[in-house]
Write a protein that binds this ligand. Sequence first.
Ligand code: TYD
Length: 137
Amino acid sequence: MPNWTEPGLIDVPTHRDALGALGVVERADPFPFPVKRVYFLYDVPSDAVRGSHAHKALNQLIIAVSGSFSVTLDDGAARRDFRLNRPSLGLVVPPGYWRTLHDFSSGSAALVLASEEYDPADYIRDYDEFVEWTRRG
Ligand code: TYD
């Protein structure tokens, strides 16, 4: 279970019965922050690479609510790849990780829960600047 300083996969509490499945994300479980923003990505071409930035303070939970895609997280020293391929799986993304979202399947959709409102000043969009930022601590 990630402690929100390390990225990792978590199970999204899901209620499944004969009528289908219902996933729930609440503040305490599994997202320990107020959700100040929700956004979603869809119609992403399979060869597109989204993201390519880091956040200084933002915590996010990413869920493939349809289809599948991959997320690569880079802390400036090492990279980890995660494949999100079912709605009952969430990827914890703490601040300080360069992220790319890629290899979207046809018809896939990414739901992102965010701990902060949209703030362009929270973004680092240059990789070299990001590595410098991680070294400054
Ligand atoms: P961008 O950050 O480039 O998307 P991604 O990192 O997923 O590839 O955002 C695309 C556009 O959407 C850009 O013009 C900024 C805008 N945007 C908002 O206005 N609010 C938001 O909460 C987000 C995430 C993006």
